[in-house]
Design a protein. Sequence first.
Length: 465
Amino acid sequence: MDALLCDELLQEIFHRIPPPSSSAVSLVSKRWRRLLRSSTTSLSLHFPPPYDPSTIASFSAFLTHHPCLSSLSIAGTGGEDPLLLAVASSCPNLRHLRFSCSPVSPFSLYTVSTSCTHLSSISVPISRPLSFHWLPYFNSLKRLSLFLTNPSSEINNHEVKEMEDAVFDVEVNLESLSLCGILPGDRGLSFLWRNCKNVKKLQLKSCESIGENSSFSRFLKCLTGLQELELRTCRSIIDVILLNLSETCVSLDSLLIYDGGSREGLLQFINQSRCSLRRLDLRLPLDVDNSHLIALSENLNFRGLVSLRLQSCCLVSGEGLKALGRAVANSLEELALINCDVVEREPGLLTTLGQSLKKLRKLDLSYNDMLVDKALVSMLVSCNCLVELKLRGCGRLTNATLGSMIRSRKQLQHVDIMHCCGIEVEGVEFFLLNSPRLRRVEVEQSKLSEVARRWASNKFMEVVC
């Protein structure tokens, strides 16, 4: 039989084998192993030490057996430049690289740029002093993610200042820029702020500074096409970012702020912003209250809001949510109130929201421990377009909720009922057998009966345990 199948047909079969089983293909025969490797386009590897010349040579030889490799992720506990140089010499067709080992040097990055000319996405750790003179050599690069690792020092900063003055400005065509770990006094960032003017997505994580304020402000003013902004654990710099964007940016489509914000800065941004924000995701327990929600409802630019996600926002009340719900009733398709105790504090809130948000397609009420069947069911009755429902960690829900979902929500395709203690095996089985459109369910393995497993398998339903 093996001899009757041509190489192309075997490779097509390999592509259709699910990941848990695909690893066994290489054990069948040398031919199958060769064909599997030659058709593999994506690898995720953990490469532990030692990183001596013999292991690096073996690693490089392994990569050369994958000529079609376009996406590579490497994790380890060291390795630095030798590992990265092995990638550069062995993967000329690489387009996406994620390197999660020790910080890499500018020299190795320059080498990668000359060898892997098709790279469009890079995620690597770098060390101080910061230098980006290697960046312009990546002609195809669109997405860059950098993790700053070692502590800052005054000596390094003086050295960077001298290097900055000697580097000529050149336009870098990045569309997505992600930086993690900026510290006060970091000076090498000015090169990025001056030359990355086409960024559409900006992510900052665990950043205490933005480098030189004046160059960063000019950078934000030049970002006329910025569409997505994510700020995670960046409390000390949020005000200056939001202030600049509220004055200049009209293209912003998505805003995410997690774990550290500014109540006044966020309110000022909402009141003054001229952008037509469509997605808002906030995890700010002590920095978001009703004033922000009411301001959102009053700003006509936000009437097209498609997605609103609030996590652990304990200061909001039903007043603010109802006002916002009325304002965006014709546009909102996704609502998340995750671990928001307003769901439990105010009876009837979910019913009112369900009646207002007729176009809701995705609803996430995860980790609301006190949410009960009656409150949820009263909302679901009005949500006729719902296709995705997440109830993870809602411990007081019971099988009654699943029964109601079967009767009223025939369009559901994705349901998450993981860690719902009151939902039992019988309820899950009945739900799976009577939900014709369901394509994905997340539930504990212990709650899946043999009947439910067979039914899910026969209906090509994805079950995540």
